[in-house]
Design a protein around this ligand. Structure first.
Ligand code: ME8
Length: 513
């Protein structure tokens, strides 16, 4: 079975920060989880490179927009590599294949009569790349989202007949039994969209005059395609629209478009309307998360409070950075982060709970058995208890984007093993019953292997290290794929007692300050 997930394509005028990282890591976790569950996954991310905002940023820096985009997209790729993001493809909207695909969509829309010309004057927000009508502005007549002043623009533009799709969109968004149902999450934001849709839809600007940094309209070279239309089409270009029909038919429609709340409207209203207009299937699910603030302030370049993924990785390591970004605030509402809370969670979940479990188990295996637990002492009792807890709650949490809940379930399972060690008090068995001691330690090894498999989507490198330290047999991802397909722990467990365990590496050293 195929599974297609996307992140937004980020504007190529800034630096990747914790907000972009949150969306991309969330998508990566889902993609990895689906792969472990034997789906054929396509995971798309990339950069949004046309439009007034990019042109303006390049002008300020006295360089060409293309030159700026080349640098910023390379920066995004570098950061995704650092964070171990397993994307299938990184798309750039300045690529020729994308330009071909946009022109094709625009041509179909024009030929089908969904585009018309009209003179328009309105307030434009450069940050949102969007016109606002008077009723949407804030009390100071500023952008309701960025609180910045808007520019009055008067142009003769092409418009897209968005209003035509009002009823069709309402049906597809609000009726779960509709065959083209689009599931929008979370529920509150879906209801907001439905509420706005009920009030009626205005046609939207489809092109810009006098903006060279964009894709020219095939039927009017004086105008360029509105950047949002250009950007949304990336989701079909990415899986081969106009280039590779078999690939396109295999992966489209998207199973999940993931983003923050700021751009949910474009994804759940404008994008499906365009797709309906050109007779393409609609995305199945659109998930939006909240906005991060840092110590209570909006994250922004101008405030100088952008936490870079690099800083997080320097402080906590790659896997811990991934884990912390994604679990510190629940998916959905806005949330505040601070270095203090990040470090607290690091110490609690990773240094004290998981790290301690792994290191004490390995230390006991070393001290009592010189890393080689006795043969014929396989004990799957604890592994089965751990597996049952995880089976019950983990998959649903990931499927519902509740990453912090999935992590809580994992932490509960880790705590259970730590508690069992206290109950068994294996150190008391050493001189008394060596066979029982070996059974105890084997039970921890096997249970930790189960934890390691579930940790894979969050911490791909550390889980493999834990797996190897436990002396587990085979490649963790391959074994996990098999395990998740039947949920049966092999009779001989994962970790063969006769194999020598690997000596310990401290994975998550405690951070004192
Ligand atoms: O909107 N908290 O690009 P963009 C949480 N190019 N997430 C945040 C965030 C924050 N403080 N800041 C950014 C665009 N994000 C368009 C998208 S898609 C066809 C075109 C994340 O660079 C979040 O995913 O402004 C948000 O939706 C996205 O970055 C906006 O990225």
């Amino acid at each position: 079975m195929k599974f297609y997930i996307t992140t937004p394509i980020y504007y190529a005028n800034g630096v990747p920060h914790i907000g972009h990282s949150y969306t991309t890591i969330a998508s990566d976790i889902v993609a990895r989880w689906k792969r472990l569950n034997n789906f054929d996954v396509f995971f798309l991310t990339g950069t949004d490179e046309h439009g007034a905002k990019i042109a303006a940023a390049a002008k300020v820096q006295n360089r060409t927009p293309q030159n700026l985009c080349d640098e910023v997209s390379a920066k995004f790729k570098e950061v995704w590599k650092l964070l171990n993001i397993s994307y299938t493809e990184f798309i750039r909207t300045t690529e020729q294949k994308h330009i071909i695909s946009v022109k094709k969509i625009v041509k179909i829309l024009f030929e089908k009569g969904f585009i018309f010309k009209k003179k328009y004057e309105g307030s434009y927000c450069l940050e949102c790349e969007k016109f606002y009508s008077q009723k949407d502005l804030d009390e100071n007549n500023n952008c309701p989202f960025h609180k910045t002043s808007l520019v009055i623009q008067s142009e003769e533009n092409y418009f897209f007949k968005l209003s035509f799709f009002q009823i069709k969109l309402l049906e597809r968004i609000s009726n779960p039994s509709h065959k083209e149902y689009i599931k929008i999450q979370p529920e509150e934001r879906k209801n907001e969209i439905i509420g706005k849709l009920r009030l009626g839809l205005e046609d939207i600007s489809f092109s810009r005059t006098a903006l060279e940094w964009g894709i020219p309209l095939p039927f009017d070279k004086e105008q360029t395609v509105y950047v949002w239309v250009d950007a949304l089409v990336n989701y079909i270009t990415g899986v081969g629209y106009m280039i590779n029909d078999a690939k396109f038919r295999k992966y489209w429609p998207a199973d999940i478009h993931l983003m923050a709340k700021d751009i949910l409207w474009f994804h759940s209203v404008v994008w499906p309307a365009i797709l309906m207009a050109v007779d393409l299937p609609l995305p199945r699910r659109i998930c939006s998360h909240g906005f991060f603030t840092l110590n209570g302030d909006k994250i922004s370049k101008s405030l100088g409070n952008v936490i870079s993924p690099g800083e997080l990785v320097d402080k906590y390591g790659v896997d811990a950075a991934r884990y912390l970004i994604i679990t510190l605030i629940p998916f959905g509402p806005d949330g505040n982060i601070s270095w203090r809370e990040l470090t607290l969670k690091y110490n609690t979940d990773l240094a004290n709970n998981l790290g301690n479990l792994v290191s004490r188990t390995i230390k006991m295996a070393e001290k009592y058995f010189n890393f080689q637990v006795l043969q014929n002492t396989i004990n799957l009792h604890l592994a089965k208890r751990v597996a049952a807890i995880l089976k019950e709650n983990f998959a649903d949490s990931i499927d519902n984007m509740q990453f912090n809940k999935a992590a809580e379930v994992l932490q509960d399972a880790i705590t259970l093993i730590n508690k069992q060690i206290e109950i068994d008090s294996p150190w008391k068995l050493f001189k008394v019953d060596i066979k029982k001691l070996s059974f105890c330690i084997d039970s921890y090894l096997q249970a930790i292997c189960v934890i390691a498999m579930y940790l894979l989507p969050f911490m791909p490198v550390s889980s493999e290290k834990i797996w190897n330290m436990m002396g587990a047999v085979g490649n963790i991802s391959e074994v996990a794929k098999k395990y998740f397909s039947n949920m049966i722990i092999p009779e001989n467990g994962f970790s063969a007692p006769q194999t020598k365990l690997n000596s310990m590496e401290i994975l998550f050293p405690r951070i004192e300050k």
